[in-house]
Design a protein around this ligand. Structure first.
Ligand SMILES: N[C@@H](CCC[C@H](N)C(=O)O)C(=O)O
Length: 330
């Protein structure tokens, strides 16, 4: 009779090293790892961002956002000189570790995070948030008719412009973009909403589906600081609750520093503003933008600013084992 050797003692589980408290949230499924670093103590290196954002070896996210007192960052301290109530700063990083000026979905998710942390009470007025693109003001708003129930925030996204200037306004285009899966190089329009975007219109949903965004679209002339690329299909205009026309577009996006994401708030603003520019005089000021992760609303304001509104959801809190996320095998 064979005997089975007694099992040796199982190796002890590795101890949990330094734990980093995190919250996971998303805005129309553009998802972020959120860090409460109110006292500016965290060394948020590009490597740590990549580790946290890694969808298999880390927690996973399109970006990492650190909420920190403005006074603890040079960029934030500079804003405080002009806007003393910009107490809090959104330090946004793309999943590849790069720094970006602005994130429209991120601002709303940070507002939800600040409420959760007790740092902002929406009933007291706006959250005044510093970003690398300037101060952004956030408030709670009702969900527009016909959209799923959620907590919605509206953000004044500041002044937008066409980097191509008068020529771009006249021609409607200032770039050429090649997209895998689509025949021909397409004309496109650069739009700056605090960060760079290049928008191209497609004739219908078939081409929107056919585009292969696993590869970065090739933009000419090459944008000096890179660009986010939005593919849009105009879906028409219908009267809103007040009788004024509301435009609607469908959009997919390839984000600088990330890849294809299921939503991009600044990208939705750029897409709506490009379609409005192409439509010319009399085009609606209010646009609903359908992205794979949901719908946001973009409003061109009369002062040259643009407003973004949409949902923000916090889905989890956790403690990340920093030693474990740093151990990635190829
Ligand atoms: N997803 C964001 C934009 C994030 C930054 C972008 N990838 C960039 O590098 O400019 C949004 O919701 O706006």
């Amino acid at each position: 009779m064979t005997t089975v050797p007694a099992p040796s003692a199982a190796p002890a589980a590795p101890p949990v090293a330094a734990g980093l408290p995190v919250t996971k949230g998303h805005g129309t499924q553009n998802d972020f790892v959120l860090l409460d670093d109110r006292d500016g103590l965290l060394d948020l290196t590009p490597a740590l961002v990549r580790e946290l954002a890694d969808r298999r070896a880390g927690l996973g996210g399109d970006g990492v956002i650190r909420l920190v007192r403005s006074a603890h960052l040079p960029e934030g301290a500079a804003l405080l000189a002009d806007v003393p109530d910009a107490t809090w700063f959104m330090d946004y990083r793309n999943a590849d570790g790069s720094v970006a000026e602005m994130c429209g979905n991120g601002v709303r998710v940070v507002a939800a995070f600040a409420e959760r942390l007790g740092l902002w009470d929406a009933s007291d007025g706006e959250l005044v948030l510093g970003t690398r693109a300037g101060v952004r003001r956030v408030r709670r708003v009702p969900v527009p008719d016909g959209l799923p129930d959620a907590v919605w925030y509206a953000v004044d996204m500041g002044r937008w412009y066409l980097p191509g200037g008068e020529d771009a306004v006249r021609d409607g285009f200032d770039a050429q973009v090649a997209v895998a899966g689509l025949a021909d190089v397409r004309p496109a329009l650069g739009v700056d909403v605090g960060n760079p975007h290049t928008v191209l219109a497609l004739p219908g949903p078939e081409e929107l589906d056919a585009a292969d965004l696993t590869r970065a679209p090739e933009v000419r002339p090459v944008p000096p600081h890179g660009t986010n690329v939005e593919l849009v299909v105009p879906l028409g205009e219908t009267p809103g609750p007040d009788g004024a026309l509301v435009g609607r577009v469908a959009m997919r996006v390839h984000e600088r520093g990330v890849g294809e994401t299921r939503s991009c708030g600044t990208g939705a603003c750029a897409a709506a503003l490009a379609v409005r520019t192409w439509a010319g005089a009399g085009a609606p000021d209010v646009w609903l933008v359908d992205v794979p992760g949901g719908t946001v609303r973009v409003t061109a304001l009369s002062d040259g600013h643009v407003e973004l509104a949409g949902p923000a959801v916090l889905v989890a809190t956790a403690t990340v084992d920093l030693a474990a996320v740093a151990t990635r095998t190829p």
